[in-house]
Design a protein around this ligand. Structure first.
Ligand code: F6R
Length: 615
């Protein structure tokens, strides 16, 4: 939530910062602003609404030229999305400017203190107190980095802060606690950003900042200390994707591009997983094999779409390892006092690696002695850094707010984790593992095939654009797929959409079915666990008898469903456990098309942000 950019170098700071904000707009789009120290003072501009409003303002009234600056794109927490609440916030003398991501929990006390000392605060935000505190601290410290350290020691909550001062036109100072901030190292220029996407067009060299660290950026380098002023260690890394990966590449939206990217994303996530010895490999495993053999329970924690991936992981982990596995919403996890100990393995799934609920759940798990394995798409983010083991999904940057390729690659990662546990614990033989990996390696081709047959799905979506409700039902691994289909439609089309386990219909939800109600049914394969198939065919008949218009997603060759399908969507025949990898794709296309037909902007749905860094 909220995107932050800082820059110091030889280029126009305004241009670099605004271009960076454009790439971070997925993080929040309630308002945007920039500040540039120039001509002995500090110039700034900010506007409510999307970045385009700020760009227009800057076109009409450009800031004075300067080579140092910062910017912000906001997802509102404290105070509505107005010009006054937009960042940056300045002190009363207009000498210091600050942008912030997160929530400063003790801001009310600090605000009262500041007004008591004669400061005038112009916004309703928690952030503005920091600008005033920095100005006070600067007057005694005489140095922005030291002022930042002093202020950070007083703050409670989660924050990334970036500040500039009129008296230090060649410096940008950042700080982070429980909220993301990375450094980009260029040639004679340095960057700060919430996400590497902001500076990837300039450099692929990055530095991770740790918890409770302050960084001072100059053209020639960066100095990193703890909030206490002691020099701090950092980790440099190379970003393995380039600027073109963060562009739309000719598609009308990032979401369409990311749906189309899925075959490659799945293939990349599988790449190099089988080592020379024939054994499966994860990226980083700091848990000794004997501890993994001692694990007696797995708990998966995640939010939203990643939670749906976690629900499917439960089927895979229990089936492959015979270990009991629970999947829990990260936001609920720590508040119910879960039973955890040294023999519990917690799997935290997160595309961004910064979701606060998931981060807090994993910290709680580690405090209780559990080991944590992260499945994450973002190198250098907090969740993998705080975990004992990591499996990175290699989906590349996901810019559209609604998750698509991250979901598919999270599923692949969940299967790999299940297989890895099966390998270490000896519940699966090497050849059994290789068979599943081989089946997985055929998925990119099968997803490609699904993508090639989506025109009827798009057509159907357009005809349903005026409906109020769509229901989704599935069984077994098709149940989380139904939930995911409903979530995509809610967030993109702003429609009432619900997913149910098909077996639950008769226990209540079937009362929602009336004449013409679209119900999407994800049908399990008639092969293998065919009992599931027979049951869902009965469910389709029950809802159709009550007037539902059925949209049936069934594998090639499944003829039993044909008489009951008002619309039939074919997917390739794959093993039952892997079916979500192909069955989800039509639901993504359906939601994207329906939302577009309703005139909604699919990349930036209302009220949402990509990276949820507040609880
Ligand atoms: C929905 C969506 C969200 C995220 C959720 C978790 O399309 O994108 O539900 O899945 O906010 O985000 P990460 O995976 O970054 O932890």
């Amino acid at each position: 939530m909220c995107g932050i950019v800082g820059y110091v170098g030889g280029q126009s700071a305004q241009d670099v910062v605004v271009a960076g904000l454009r790439r971070l707009e997925y993080r929040g789009y309630d308002s945007a602003g920039v500040a540039v120290p120039a001509d002995g003072g500090l110039a700034s501009a900010k506007k409510a609404g999307k970045l385009v409003n700020l760009e227009k303002e800057l076109k009409d009234r450009p800031l004075p030229a300067g080579n140092t600056g910062l910017g912000h794109t906001r997802w509102a927490t404290h105070g509505g999305p107005t010009d006054a609440n937009a960042h940056p916030h300045l002190d009363n003398a207009g000498r210091v400017a600050v942008v912030h991501n997160g929530i400063i929990e003790n801001f009310a006390v600090l605000r009262e203190e500041l007004t008591g000392r004669g400061h005038h605060l112009a916004s309703e935000t928690d952030t503005e107190v920091v600008a005033h505190l920095l100005a006070e601290a600067y007057s005694s410290a005489g140095e922005l980095a030291e002022a930042m350290r002093q202020v950070c020691r007083r703050l409670e909550g989660a924050f990334t802060l970036v500040a500039v001062h009129a008296d230090e036109p060649g410096t940008v100072v950042g700080a982070r606690r429980n909220s993301p901030l990375v450094v980009g190292v260029g040639d004679g220029e340095m960057f700060l950003a919430s996400d590497v996407a902001a500076f990837i067009a300039h450099t692929r060299s990055a530095i991770e900042l740790g918890q409770d660290q302050v960084v001072e950026l100059r053209r020639d380098g960066a100095t990193v200390t703890g909030f206490d002023g002691h020099p701090a260690g950092t980790r440099a890394y190379h970003v393995d994707w380039d600027a073109s990966a963060a562009e739309k590449g000719g598609y009308a939206s990032f979401m369409l591009k990311e749906i189309a990217d899925q075959p490659k994303a799945v293939a990349d996530t599988l790449l190099g997983r089988i080592g020379a010895s024939g054994a499966l490999r994860l990226d980083e495993v700091r848990i000794p094999p004997h501890e993994l053999r001692d694990v007696d329970k797995v708990v998966v924690v995640a939010c939203g779409t990643a939670f749906h991936a976690g629900m499917i992981a439960k089927y895979a982990i229990e089936h492959i390892t015979r270990l009991p596995c629970e999947t829990e919403l990260a936001s609920e996890f720590r508040y119910r006092d879960p039973i955890l100990d040294g023999r519990t393995l917690v799997v935290a799934i997160s595309q961004s690696g910064e979701t606060m609920d998931t981060l807090m759940a994993l910290r709680h798990a580690r405090e209780q002695g559990a080991r944590v394995l992260a499945i994450c798409n973002t190198n250098g983010s907090t969740i993998p850094r705080e975990s004992d083991a990591v499996l990175y999904t290699h989906a590349g940057p996901e810019v559209a707010v609604a998750s698509t390729k991250a979901f598919l690659t999270q599923l692949v990662a969940c299967y790999l984790v299940a297989l890895y546990l099966g390998q270490v614990r000896g519940t699966k033989w090497g050849d059994e593992i290789r068979t599943v990996v081989h089946q997985l390696s055929d998925i990119p081709r099968q997803v490609e095939a699904v993508l090639g047959t989506m025109e009827p799905v798009r057509e159907l979506a357009r005809t349903l654009a005026d409906r109020d409700t769509v229901l989704f039902v599935g069984r077994h691994v098709g149940y989380p797929v139904a939930l995911e289909g409903a979530l995509k439609l809610k967030e993109l089309a702003y429609m009432h959409a619900e997913g149910f386990a098909a077996g639950e219909l008769k226990h209540g939800p079937i009362a929602l079915v009336d004449e013409g109600l679209p119900v999407v049914v994800i049908v399990p394969s008639p092969r293998g666990r065919s009992v599931l198939h027979d049951k869902i065919v009965s469910n389709i008949q029950e809802i159709r008898a009550r007037g539902a218009r059925t949209v049936v997603i069934a594998e090639e060759g499944d003829e039993a469903v044909v008489p009951y399908a008002d619309h039939l969507v074919r997917i390739p025949a794959v093993p039952t456990l892997l079916q979500p990898l192909v069955a989800t794709v039509p639901l993504q296309v359906f939601a994207c098309e329906l939302a577009t037909a309703r005139g909604n902007e699919v990349d930036q749905p209302r009220n949402l942000a990509k990276s949820v860094t507040v609880e």
